[in-house]
Write a protein that binds this ligand. Structure first.
Ligand code: DGJ
Length: 725
């Protein structure tokens, strides 16, 4: 049983294949955290509570006869606000008296197989109840009567668990949630680094690592989406943790809006980490009888470095987050017209793309931005989802028929949450966008954000989308989102609920995503946000793939893809070969293969040699699909660590096949470089596909492959495919 409760000692022990998570019901109902880390057999670890002596000024609970227990220093599961614990709290609820002191203590618990869904929110799921076990702990603030249910779901075979919280107001009074964290972990020690993924447009998910200090550190978004700038991911790792060694604790928030991750070393040398909705700009009113569900955090523990942590996330997300038809079947290889044409295209022009695509073996044409309203540049028409028949040379269904007649599937672009200032929709309903009274609305890309917290706004946009998707043979939708939320207020909410705008917007977006995936289960959805500005597990729940970045330069893509791979699988990473200047077509293909793979250029410009290269790449896409999409990733040389090369490999789960890729970023000084492979079976012999040479897994992992035999100039790359004998 992964979840075990010791009745006598009042200890909960949550075990996975490789981790244990332990906490107890302490005196007076305090939920005291005891241990999180590598799997241990013991459950009697109560002495961990003792953090030593503390100063006389630390608040104590008068009802607890233990001079060494103080809320100021004890490790807690769900610390409240203002009652003696001065670190980051997990919950703060303002009551009718106007204060937000909150102190939640244990009431009851239950343990059951499987995992409940979270209403209105994306969350990991089980395919079969035997995959996970859930612990629910009910806690209550005895003064206000407000309750919370803490959910812990243990995915035993993955060294992973999820945590979320539901706040309930069973009282007769109205209360206001000021702060709600979905998880809190109080580590016993502090010798850790924190790894986060920072970035900006064209530079998403770059890895940053810094030691924890007594200064509170963290990452957050208050942009209304998870953002280019900080991904809702953080890892707490040993100082000497690397790809293969050391403890790594990964946290990833299943949410696409404002978030925060905070970590601090406390005065008694422990570490508190919390993750949840960013409290800045957030407040939620709970009327009598209402409840509020906070999104969930996925927590992964690895005893063998970042590589194992990533592989755990990848398998978990592949099996228990990405849903629907496209989760496990081969995705179509597509060509998108955006980088080739922008909005300057015609139906005839795109038909030539489809003709070339057919000759090359590409499966699908995606018509990007610019097919609706009067949208010939980015100043108009978002919200006016009416087909521009003049541009397409006739109705959309006739245009799609021309594409389909070539044997090519068809995909289309939408940006549902947006409205252009110059649009019929904005002229008719200026109050439908997010704004506050009396202030100028900041504009970005000449557009505003629609108030998706309001049902009438969502219904209107979805009715237009539904009309187009149901009347036409559309196999794919790219869902874009090209600006952040500012002046975040809603005309649909009273003054004292304005701080609900951000979260209601995210819930509204999820509502439309839910309707779309339910009404059109065969459509492949690709998320996008001005490149990779909303690459998070929340979006991944609806869209099995997400565009990584508008930066399609293959060398720059390397660090973006390495960073993204920290928690997101290859099958999720939208990656295309583009016309960018650096590197040859072959290298561009080798880098894009580490993702969904596709093309983002004008195929009419190909030389005969290019066409042959592309045909080869299309064959490789099919040949290597399984090992990349269902195999395990090993990052061999990360581009940030080595100026010269980057290398990675995929190994099939049964270790029968492996694909190794290496790229030269700058001509290396060392001519004799050995690339040590990972993840192979040391006892198996592997045949190298092209040369026919066979080497043991042991040799390939210990001696390595000598790279002298492969290209060594800037932008060169190679792939080696190995099959077990
Ligand atoms: C931003 C996306 O990242 C691009 O791929 C493209 O779809 C444009 N938006 C279209 O406006």
């Amino acid at each position: 049983m992964p979840v075990f409760f010791d009745e006598e000692k009042k200890i909960f022990k949550l075990d996975t294949a490789g981790s244990s998570y332990i906490f107890e019901i302490y005196e007076q109902g305090y939920l005291v955290h005891l241990y999180y880390g590598a799997k241990i057999p013991d459950s009697n670890v109560t002495s961990f509570v003792d953090r030593g002596f503390f100063a006389s000024e630390c608040p104590v609970n008068i009802n607890i006869d233990n001079p060494r227990f103080s809320p100021d220093v004890s490790p807690f599961e769900f610390p409240g606000e203002g009652s003696g614990d001065f670190r980051s709290s997990a919950i703060a609820v303002r009551n009718e008296e106007g204060n937000n002191v909150t102190d939640m203590r244990y009431v009851s618990h239950k343990i059951y197989p499987g995992k409940p869904a979270i209403e209105g929110l994306p969350a990991l799921f089980v395919n079969d109840e035997s995959e996970a076990q859930t612990l629910e702990v009910l806690v209550r603030d005895s003064v206000t009567g407000v309750e919370a249910v803490l959910f812990y779901t243990v995915f035993e075979k993955y060294s992973a668990m999820t945590r979320s919280v539901k706040v309930i107001n069973p009282t007769a009074k109205t209360v206001r949630i000021e702060r709600i964290m979905s998880c809190c972990v109080d580590f016993a020690t502090h010798d850790y680094d924190m790894i986060t993924l920072y970035g900006k447009w064209l530079k998403e998910r770059s890895l940053e690592r810094a030691p924890l200090t007594h200064i509170k550190q963290g990452v957050a978004s208050k942009r209304g989406s998870s953002s280019h700038h900080h991904n809702p991911f953080a890892a707490i790792v040993d100082h000497d943790c690397n790809e293969d060694y050391g403890s790594a604790y990964g946290f990833n928030f299943v949410y696409s809006g404002n978030f925060v991750f905070e970590a601090e070393i406390d005065p008694f040398a422990g570490t508190r980490a919390v993750m949840g909705i960013n409290p800045e700009g957030f407040e939620w009113t709970l009327e009598s009888g209402e409840s509020f569900s906070a999104p969930e955090v996925v927590m992964v523990y690895s005893d063998a470095g970042l590589g194992k942590m990533s592989r755990t996330f990848h398998r978990l997300y592949t099996d228990n987050l990405i849903r629907g038809k496209w989760a496990h079947i081969k995705r179509p290889l597509l060509i998108n017209n955006w980088e080739a044409t922008g909005m300057d295209f015609t139906g005839d022009k795109l038909v030539t793309f489809a003709e070339r695509a057919k000759e090359l073996g590409i499966d699908m044409l995606v018509m990007d931005d610019g097919w609706f309203g009067r949208r010939d540049d980015d100043t108009s028409s978002l919200g006016d989802w009416i087909v521009n028949e003049e541009k397409l040379g006739g109705p959309l269904n006739k245009f799609i028929e021309r594409i389909n007649a070539l044997g090519i599937k068809f995909g289309i672009w939408f940006e549902p949450e947006m409205v252009s200032r110059d649009s019929d929709l904005y002229r008719a309903h200026p109050d439908w966008c997010i704004h506050v009274p009396r202030r100028e609305k900041s504009i970005a890309r000449m557009q505003y954000v629609l108030d998706f917290g309001r049902k009438e706004v969502r219904d209107y946009i979805y009715s237009l989308m539904y009309g187009i998707l149901s009347a036409n043979k559309i196999d794919y939708v790219k869902w874009d989102f090209n600006r952040y939320l500012s002046e975040a207020g809603s005309a649909g909410l009273p003054a004292d609920r304005q701080k609900e705008t951000f979260h209601r917007f995210v819930l509204g977006t999820y509502d439309i995503l839910n309707r779309l995936t339910t009404d059109f289960p065969d459509i492949l959805l690709e998320g996008c946000a001005s490149g990779g500005g909303r690459f998070d597990p929340g979006m991944l729940y609806y869209s099995p793939q997400i565009w990584c970045s508008d930066d399609t330069d293959p060398i720059e893509r390397l660090s973006i893809q390495f960073g993204t791979s920290l928690c997101y699988p290859a099958s999720a990473m939208g990656a295309h070969v583009s016309a960018s200047r650096r590197a040859c077509l072959e290298t561009k293909g080798n880098i894009a293969l580490w993702g969904t793979f596709g093309y983002e250029l004008d195929p009419n410009t190909f030389t005969e040699e290019d066409r042959e290269t592309v045909k080869l790449q299309v064959n490789e896409y099919h040949k290597y699909y399984d090992v990349i999409h269902s195999g395990d990733l090993y990052r061999l040389i990360t581009p940030d660590k080595n100026d010269f090369r980057a290398a990675w490999m995929f190994v099939s789960r049964n270790k029968e096949a492996a694909l190794v890729t290496s790229v030269v970023m700058r001509t290396p000084e060392d001519r004799a470089f050995f690339l040590k492979l990972k993840g192979l079976d040391p006892d198996k012999y592997y045949v190298e596909d092209e040369s026919g040479e066979a080497y043991s897994g042991a040799l390939l992992m210990n001696a390595g492959l000598c790279l002298n035999n492969y290209g060594n100039a800037d932008g060169d790359s190679f792939k080696i495919y190995l099959r077990a004998l």
